[in-house]
Design a binder for this molecule. Sequence first.
Ligand code: CS2
Length: 496
Amino acid sequence: MNSPMKLNQENLSQLPRDIMRPTYDRRQLTAGIVHVGVGGFHRSHEAFYTDELLQSSDASRWGICGVGLRAADRRMASILKEQDYLYSVIVKHPDGHRETRVIGSIVDYLMGCDDPAAVIDRMADAKTKIVSLTITEGGYNVDPDTGDFDRSNPDALHDVENPSNPKLVFGYLTAALKKRRQAGLPAFTVQSCDNILHNGDLTKQMLLSFARMQDSELADWIESEVCFPNAMVDRITPVTTDADIEYLQSEFKLVDNWPVACEPFRQWVVEDRFSNGRPKWQDVGVQFVADVTPYEKMKLRLLNAGHSVLGILGAIHGYQTIDECMRDDLFVTYLRQFFDHEVTPVLDPVPGIDLNEYKRTLVERFGNPSIGDQLSRICLESSSKLPVFLIPTIRENLSRGAGLEHAALVIAAWCYYSDKHADRHGNALEVTDGLKNDLQKAAKATSEDVLSFVKFKPVFGELATDERFTAIYAKMIDRLYRNPDVSEQMREIIDL
Ligand code: CS2
């Protein structure tokens, strides 16, 4: 029996035949893309598309330099370095079959907190054409009251005082763009890959606000020179498990310390506005459009919100994964009704997409039994997700006088979840959220004031002032606290 083989450049040619691997010459690549936030999603999405392009065209030379800004990124940095930046993607099909592919598009990795100058210099390098981001919905430093850049964040103040040693991504981008301007180099594109409506516009607004705090002339230059294309990104990518690592070892004798597992489906719809060139991603299925808004809204309000509906209701019901929820007809019917009655009417027509077909595909994707997408992943950082995915739909339905019970029950269940940190049986639920303590405090006060949770403005804004919403919500809270078996209220809503 062969001994286990480490994943690295030298061993690439000896991988078992069933594993697809880079056949292009990685030494010829130039890191034209610097990517901040190399997690599972970047590795199953942008890096995957870029690898496919490299495989399919001898002319492409676009490689990626990964960047981690925080100490928490050190593990990724060291594992990728040991593996010559190679990693495996295990694509899990619903029928149980798997495809394994080694991705070669990442060619370097830098750690900002250890060596900020190296990151700034790399972004400022003439070879860098695009800086892309997956910094999560919460990473954009938005002040919930004003919707503008949160100037009170101590890290932002630190970055204004210490331009060569920043903490926030906006400090890095500003420092690098300043160097490019001084050197007479063209600006790079800043390409957000996060799940936010108008993600490019938001990135632009935040970067300009920050840059204005430092140097208003530079901010003007950024405004006229840097493109921020909006984009819709999609591929369900659960947290990597030990079983994924073991699968590669037992099936292929391959030692990869941090593979990625994901679904077969993938989609990327991008506005074709780039400051300084881009890979020909259209050759591998990326759609370039003039206006991405209807695609973004469709995806955030159906897929991401659908995940949150299942995630929060499923978590207090005692389920662990999305596909487990989808094996329960009650959850499937509830989800379909939420899509059809509460979301579809607020969406705009989406060019080239049949919404019924899109929703059918979502039900199929969520039900993929091979994926095991953890509800704990979905519920992570709900305080930055729900204001993007779900609460705007409630607001729109309030203003058009339409039903909103399916969504309102999710908010009531989220209050219960934030209060108890437990499911309906009393089993503990691990809550990971930047606002965990504030949320718990607001939720715990429910016994004195039934609306205390939704009065928490950083998340809900003025929602608690709408009487139609509060009447529905208060009734749901009252019943949920008396009987936390959420399925009973789900059943009643379905029958309405
Ligand atoms: C999920 C997303 O974070 C979430 O709550 O809805 O990570 C989702 O899986 C991806 O956006 C799929 O493209």
